[in-house]
Design a protein around this ligand. Sequence first.
Ligand SMILES: *Cc1c(COP(=O)(O)O)cnc(C)c1O
Length: 396
Amino acid sequence: MLGYPDRMLNLENELKQIKNAGLYRKLVTMSSQSGPRMKIDNREVLMLSSNDYLGLCSHPRLKKQAQQALDKWGAGSGASRLISGNLAPFVELEHNLADFKQTEDALVFSTGYMANTGLLSALAGPTDVIFSDQLNHASIIDGCRLSRARIEVYSHRDVGVLESLLKKKGGPANRIIVTDGVFSMDGDIAPVPDLFELAQKYDAALVIDDAHSTGVLGKQGKGTLEYFNMCATPEITVMGTLGKALGCFGAFVAGSRNLKEFLINRSRSFIFTTALPASVVAAALEALEILEDEPQLRHNLHRNVSFMHQGLSRLGFETGSGRTHIVPLIIGAADTAVAMARHLLDEGLFIQAIRPPTVPEGSSRLRITVMATHTIEDLAKALDILSQAGKRFGII
Ligand SMILES: *Cc1c(COP(=O)(O)O)cnc(C)c1O
């Protein structure tokens, strides 16, 4: 007997269509903690699809702080931030995040998805315009939609197109330009200095999503602005995540003090959700310390990134224009990407195939992410396997 949603939507048929299009997704169960080598069904694989860029998820100092906070503050926070869940470690974390991003203040959200949806829907309303890069993350797209603002999508990183859209006359609308700092599926970097210039020229706010840049880009790992030798200004709002390079969970928005107060009052994804557990907050505090104490992690990551990019281009792979820790191996057809990923897994490499709707039609890819904790031997082995697989599947 099929349940009501099943009959209503004919889920079986929907799933069949997804499968026929080569777009079926399923969960893989990992049986070890995050790291450069992980276990699937007790078989070790080399992990090349993790956002744990600095290896902090399993860093002993993070674990220790999380354990201590667990004992002191309990497993859960008990309520939303505005009710009674604003445990003291949040105050310290927001202070340190603001310090790290060199903004007046910062506000922690439960996830990056919620930070983007909560920020954009609070900042813009139906009479406003949001200018959004074509390849922005899904959470930005959903934030734009939730705001009910007019959305002007500009071609990827194309400041010329963006300017022509900004020039168009409109009503007395507020304007926001929003972009990923490092694009999550292509690994290229937004032209932030140009975007900032346009924002100034056309009186728009600039929002940068530093999910993949926080902890990685810039001399001290502060993110996209530091990478471009730019300073935070009140016109720039930076969102960042704690769940990627910082190895924890959660996210934040860094900007002016007024912005923080406004979001506390108006951001629905901040207001109507349970506060993060203190163990996560304490781990994030420690992660910020480690960024300062262990610059070697960042240096290792950059060394590994160069090694991987050089190796892949030597082999003749098409990897786009980015040169960061996110390396797309462009394959094209979704089913080829999936078949190649499956083959690589048999050979001991874990690399996820990324297909539409996450990336545009015809640009399915294997998305490689490099970690600081990979050894050069790990990566040389990966290149060797990729070289053979690339030839086998006619990619190189
Ligand atoms: C991962 C990611 C997010 C979402 O962050 P979560 O904390 O995982 O919800 C937002 N933006 C970009 C660009 C991301 O890559």
